[in-house]
Design a protein around this ligand. Sequence first.
Ligand code: ADP
Ligand code: MG
Length: 711
Amino acid sequence: MTKLLASITSLLALQLAVHAESGIQAISPCKGPIGRSLQVLTDSAGTLSPDGAFTSQGYCSSPADVPNLGISNAAFWLRFNARNDSKESALVLHLPHPELDDVQVFIHRGGHLMKIAHTGQMVGRGLRSDIESEYAFHIPAAPGEETGVLVRLRSKKQLQVPMLLQTESDFSAAKAKRHLFIGLYVGVMLVLALYNLFVFLSTRDRSYLLYVAYIAAVGLTQLAFFGTGQFHLWGASAWLSTNASIILTLLTATAATEFMKSFLRTEVLVPRMHRAFKWFYASFAFCLATYLFIEPMIGYPLAQLISGIYAFFFLAVAIKVSRSGSRQGKYFLAAWMVFLLGTIAFVLKDVGVLPYNLITTNTMPLGSAIEGILLSFALADRINILRREKDRSQAEALAMAQENENLIREQNQILEQKVMERTAALQDSNDNLKRTQAQLVQSEKMSSLGQLTAGIAHEINNPINFISSNIGPLRRNVGEVMDAIQAYRSIPATVEAATALAAQRERDDRIGLDETITELDEIIHSMDEGARRTAEIVRGLRNFSRLDEDDLKPSDLNLGLRSTLAVLAPQYRDKVDLRIEAGELPKVECFPGKINQVFMNVMNNAAQATLARQDGRPRLVTVSTSANEHEASVRISDTGVGMSDDVKARIFEPFFTTKPVGEGTGLGLAIVYGIINEHQGCIEVESEPGVGTTFTITLPLRQARMQEQAA
Ligand code: ADP
Ligand code: MG
């Protein structure tokens, strides 16, 4: 492509200026191109014979060091005299422009023209006798001698003819340098291609493969321009020889485009320019088809034109992408500029602005090699970018994983918390359930106990009433009888009455009537006492069950304790000493039935604890009461077995019991706890195994609910 670009620039710059010229110029071997000393004849039809051409009057002198003969079907004849003013036996005519279809070289000696070479891309390899991949020919001329030289050139491509006349040794030296340069170039390109091929194989990043394709295309194109391509590779085919450069050039453009698309992500960064690529592809295809199948004279300049436009379009894309801040865009821009500069330098050399030397003749391969190296750097940098991206994405993935872990941990914590809460709630409701169940059992028990005591009370009350209500009249009647007897006994003893009285008195004395009378009084007294005590028990029972009073009301706790004791006492009579040391208590607001139940449960436990002991210590349960201005306390102490700490910790649990099955339900204290709670009171336990236990129940004198209501 660049070669085409170079050609088009030259095309625009200088066309062959034609000056009529006569007389053949003699040229000595020199370093630079000999264009200005040549005479050029245009043979439009290409039909002139060598002799006709040699003697023609139509020659013109070339205005440039490198004659530019344009693109045409014409044959061109170039004429000069080679003067050997060196000491070497022959000179070398060097035509370092391998893109020639047909080259014929004649020498003029002894009045005869002699063809010494026929070569060119259209000439089969077998016929050629080139000594170099670029065209070079030995011109026989002894030192001091002059030889006429005629060269016929023909090419369908841009015909630009750098021509050098050198001594054999100068040519050899230049040739060695040239080969070194080509070797270096091929080496560099191979290294670039292979290195990036390996990178592609390991990264599988398409850009690397496209780069390799691009480097291969560029390298082959340059080989075509060096002439090395046809000399060593495809010279056997005339078709390939002539067409390799244009095909490879368009292939290079394609590879460059594909590489750029992938490397600069043009589709994303410059989407509108990206769409233009396909139009260029279409144009290239059109040019190639025209060149190959229709008319090379149209296809070739068309390809040159489009390549030129494309080169600058490419530059524009690179600029736009690098402006978007892409590092790769900047690399690409630099690489492409180097390439373009190489091409421009090449053109400037041909138009005589730059000197003709090894460097300036090779600015294009130099430019392409530097471009390749820069792009390879860019790709290497891309590895860094990829690695950085990978590092970043790895770091992101890691952070994400950590975040997930944290989230899971947090959720686990929340879950655990919830489980704990639920478990606690479950435990609570379970406890509640048990307590409710226990309360149900207990209230059932209490209600039947209440009914029982009420029944007993009634049953006992009737007969007791019989006794106690009759004691008064009995006492009065017996008194009256006694009075009568006394009066009867105080009657003085007359004879007839005296005998009967005496007998009676004798009988009275015998049966001990006096003692009987005294005893009668005692009997009545003890009946009275018995009846009184029975009545007391009955009152206690009634009081205890309190079937009629289950409202919150100020109650006398001492009374409650006494009636509880009355109910319990018969059970433990003669076994346990139950005592009440009643302090002075104000009335306490409570549910008396429930509070009595509390007393009964605790006192029952206490009495049982004393019975469980087998040593001979007195079995004593002492209930004492006291109060301050806010609350009343009931202490129930026993000299029972006491409790271990483990037992103490569990006594309020429903169904917890240490007693054998059938004896204990484990509900007593659970109910106590519920009732005391309901009364906003508290219950405390002190206990020592083997010594005894003290429960202290504290109740507020007034219930907060009532206070609130009152307020
Ligand atoms: P129960 O009397 O049916 O066993 P409670 O709830 O009334 O159920 O009592 C639970 C347990 O508390 C008893 O089994 C006993 O081990 C212990 N306990 C209660 N009061 C006393 C006490 N005064 N002395 C020793 N242990 C007691
Ligand atoms: Mg109990």
